[in-house]
Design a protein around this ligand. Structure first.
Ligand SMILES: Cc1cc2nc3c(=O)[nH]c(=O)nc-3n(C[C@H](O)[C@H](O)[C@H](O)COP(=O)(O)OP(=O)(O)OC[C@H]3O[C@@H](n4cnc5c(N)ncnc54)[C@H](O)[C@@H]3O)c2cc1C
Length: 247
């Protein structure tokens, strides 16, 4: 088998990368050491945020937030992508964009939210400041102690149990190959370019502990039991990413 690109990891980042590569016509192999979506991508709240999170803002302050602010444009664009993803991937991802609140319990917290909202607006994110009465009109279930907050209408949720699997399925439909229980245990440069890697097999067959692939710009195979490497062709780059026996 020949591939142009190898993606390591079958969480949201890896499966989405594999999907967009396959969509662009790139021959893609995704290697996942366990099963898809079993780590961080499948075990989070599924929130789609655009506002700067309160905690890092309160801990790291305005200067940090000013450096972070350009990321807000990416967050906004990514929410637009989420809006169209169910149709694009042909899967119900339970995307619901009904807005997100951040609330304050003290006057000091409220002042912080005001500064944060001003910064967010300065990079084009619409954020409303809400009094306690405004908040309760939207969210009557909030605690008595809440004195105000911010509302960002584009925020929402998606189902994290569905997103990466949907990307993976769509990538496969476009021709990407996905290998589970295939751990990459090393990357290193080879003189003539190429990848070395290991593919632990769930059940060993006598004489066949590993299997390899080769690519137009690189190779993926194992010759040395236990010690594997991968390399971007001619890159001069060497970086071990692990060393345990893949057998
Ligand atoms: C719907 C949704 C909403 C989210 N909302 C938020 C949010 O509001 N705020 C926020 O901060 N984050 C959010 N996230 C992001 C989430 O919390 C994680 O940070 C993110 O999904 C991590 O993705 P990942 O693919 O990098 O990592 P992971 O999901 O952990 O995937 C990495 C994969 O790589 C595999 N792997 C690792 N090493 C190797 C190797 N050597 N060889 C082969 N495979 C390997 C692992 O087994 C794993 O499956 C959201 C995610 C989703 C899906």
């Amino acid at each position: 088998m020949e591939f142009d690109a190898i993606v390591i990891g079958g969480g949201l980042a890896g499966t989405a990368t594999a999907y967009y590569l396959a969509k662009a016509g790139v021959g893609t192999l995704l290697l996942e050491r366990g099963d898809l979506n079993t780590q961080a991508s499948g075990s989070n709240a599924g929130s789609l945020h655009a506002q700067i999170a309160y905690e890092p803002f309160s801990l790291q302050g305005d200067e940090w937030a000013r450096e972070f602010a350009p990321v807000i444009r990416l967050l906004k664009e990514s929410i637009e992508i989420w809006r169209g993803l169910p149709q694009e991937l042909g899967a119900d991802l339970e995307v619901s964009l009904q807005g997100g609140l951040i609330v304050a319990r003290t006057a000091a917290e409220m002042r912080m939210l005001e500064r944060k909202a001003a910064l967010e607006r300065s990079v084009g994110l619409e954020v409303e400041l809400l009094s306690r009465a405004d908040l309760l009109a939207r969210a009557p279930y909030l605690a008595e102690s809440i004195i105000g907050g911010t509302f960002c209408a584009i925020e929402g949720k998606a189902n994290p149990l569905r997103a990466a699997p949907a990307f993976a399925a769509a990538a496969e439909r476009l021709g990407a190959r996905i290998e589970r229980r295939a751990e990459v245990v090393g990357i290193s440069r080879r003189e003539r370019g190429g990848f070395h890697g290991a593919r632990p097999r769930p059940r060993r067959r006598r004489g066949l502990h590993r299997q390899g692939w080769s690519g137009r710009r690189g190779r993926w195979w194992t010759r040395q039991p236990g010690r594997c490497a991968a390399a971007a062709a001619g890159s001069g780059y060497e970086r071990p990413v692990g060393g345990r026996d893949a057998g």
